[in-house]
Write a protein that binds this ligand. Structure first.
Ligand code: PRP
Length: 176
């Protein structure tokens, strides 16, 4: 059994999601943005965020390959398991991520999307892991929370496909 310690309560998540939605509503007013959710983990954040925008955006998804447990297959290259269906050329794209950890997925996605000729490309991530010297903050335009070490679950994030539906964010403290 995993022991879970609550890290970010539901009310704090919802307050931050409201603030991000207000900021995005201002920045994208009248621009018909395409919100691109990164599966699987971003599905909860994407749903909450987009329902709070002033103007309903177009929604699409992309699913990069998952590493499973981080660190165990660190050298594996990111691939795309599910491509967006929309034509991305000339669109204002907002990538919606649950967490930017090593930053590898996001660096890959930025290159993948830039090749498709969007009018603009920005990233909204609920959680950004910062380590000394990493460039994650630079990769993210709209950030929910900065987090430190520890395996996080809940609000879309999983541990071996468990805990995604929990409404709050927890740190796994027991065995994984
Ligand atoms: C998580 C998260 C990001 C990625 C970030 O996905 O949703 O896409 O890891 O990690 P990185 O910055 O080290 O690349 P995961 O691989 O756990 O797949 P999932 O979203 O399907 O759970």
């Amino acid at each position: 059994m995993d022991a879970l310690r609550r890290l970010i309560p539901q009310r704090a998540i919802q307050r931050r999601v409201r603030a991000l939605a207000a900021e995005l509503s201002r920045d994208y007013r009248g621009r018909s943005p395409l919100f691109l959710g990164v599966l699987k983990g971003a599905y909860v954040f994407l749903a909450d965020l987009t329902r709070r925008l002033d103007e309903p955006p177009e929604i699409d998804f992309i699913q990069p390959s998952s590493y499973g447990l981080k660190g165990t297959v660190a050298s594996r290259r990111v691939k795309v398991l599910l491509h967006p269906t929309a034509d991305l050329q000339g669109r204002h794209i907002v990538v919606v991520e649950d967490i930017v950890d090593t930053g590898r997925t996001l660096r890959f996605l930025r290159r993948y999307l830039a090749r498709r000729g969007p009018a603009s490309l920005r990233v909204c991530a609920l959680l950004v892991r910062t380590h000394a010297g990493n460039e994650n903050e630079r990769l993210v335009d709209y950030r929910g929370f900065t987090v430190g070490e520890g395996w996080l679950v809940g609000y879309g994030l999983d541990c071996s496909e468990r805990y995604r539906a929990l409404p709050e964010i927890y740190v796994v403290e027991g065995e994984q």
